[in-house]
Design a protein around this ligand. Structure first.
Ligand SMILES: [Zn+2]
Length: 143
């Protein structure tokens, strides 16, 4: 099948997460629309606890597009998500007080890469065939 993103190569067979795995802990709560499924370890020697995983789908994009999106994910994971998760969280942010809110701002972040990363998640949801994302539709005129 033709890759819906580049429209030049064939989709691959690699399974990939629609929503990056790093967000697993933020998803799956009682109010979440995204359900996390429990996966048993494949081998006897593996950890006996239930492993949890978020939905994956095979063959959404070609290998090169998958790679390009993984670079965006890596950038976000290293420069935003890891910082948020770190104990030094409060030291790395600039506190900005608004009229009705207080927020923390990150410096030295390429906001275009972060924006592309967010858009890539929305796009993956849009092209997904999984029930979890069946209502995640982008107006074709915006693509
Ligand atoms: Zn492609």
């Amino acid at each position: 099948m033709e890759c819906p993103l580049c429209k030049t190569r064939q989709t691959g067979t690699k399974k990939s997460h629609i929503i990056p795995k790093m967000f697993r802990n933020e998803l799956g709560g009682a109010k979440s629309q995204i359900k996390i499924k429990k996966v048993q370890p494949a081998e006897e020697k593996q950890d006996k606890r239930n492993h949890q995983d978020i939905p994956k789908e095979e063959g959404l994009l070609c290998d090169e597009c998958e790679h390009n999106l993984s670079v965006l994910e890596g950038y976000f994971a290293k420069n935003v998500y890891a910082v948020i998760q770190s104990k030094a969280y409060n030291d790395k942010y600039r506190i900005k007080k608004g009229v009705n809110s207080t927020r923390k701002e990150l410096d030295e972040i390429d906001i275009q890469l972060v924006s592309l990363f967010y858009q890539s998640i929305i796009y993956r949801q849009h092209i997904s065939n999984l029930d979890s994302f069946k209502e995640c539709v982008i107006d074709e005129s915006l693509l």
